[in-house]
Design a protein around this ligand. Sequence first.
Ligand code: CP
Length: 309
Amino acid sequence: MKLKSRDILALEEMPREDMELILDTASSMKEIIYRPIKKVPTLRGKTVVTLFYEASTRTRTSFELAAKYMSADTVSIATATSSVQKGETLKDTARTLRVMGSDCVIMRHPVSGSCHFLARVLDIPVINGGDGMHEHPTQGLLDMFTMREKKGRLEGLRVAIIGDIYHSRVARSNIWGLKKMGASVVVCGPATLLPPEIEKMGVEATTRVEEAVKDADVVMVLRLQLERQQRGLFPSAREYSRLWGITRERLNLAKPDALLMHPGPMNRGIEIASEVADSPQSTIEDQVTNGVAVRMAILYLLLGGGEEK
Ligand code: CP
């Protein structure tokens, strides 16, 4: 089985069959993570480059581990110590990496659409590790993988996404992905952090957190992205926490077996109370582990591991 697309840029444009193929492949990849010797020869001889213009712990490390577990070589470009600091353009940086023999580039960049640009100038697979406020497709896939693993299905789930929807590429990827997989989505946050006409994406929207969380199968809490805020979008972190923070009392309004998710990194005590973040309902660490499995599946499917096998 092959993916229809050469690149992983956005779940808005990814066919449902590709999402299902990635999730199914990740299910068989996951056991490798628990082996005493985490090494299979699938991508031997391939070179994977991570090019991150923004900070990351989970996405970059999990791509690198995923590549290493499949015996690919990895190169990590930290833009703070690269020739980007001398003014080299994105196109020249990317083409330089290509002519050195890279087989795949995973990029995170603050500008929405930058990964689509990169895919047009390179003849190798490009994976979006997060582009501005646009999408974070591999996060959406690992979140769906976690929901499917825990609930056995995506079809018919009620997923409440709480927080700074406006700035969130994680919310956009989850909305596109979950809608295609038959889940229903309600988004909630301060009116200033809900994009205008968000309902056109096929979701419900509310500013009342109790209404959003009620009877949810999944409560997904988003990080308050203080670095992307313009001033005055909400009164204060303390006020935000009081009105939209997910506490034990609020989580109790969801179904008794509801999952509590967060893509990380968390602002403990602001958008999420430690009491629930560390509770048995929390899937936050499962999401991190599943991120490695999903990224193994993506690299395997894009870099021809299937063909070699
Ligand atoms: N969830 C996520 O993208 O985390 P990082 O910013 O640490 O990669």
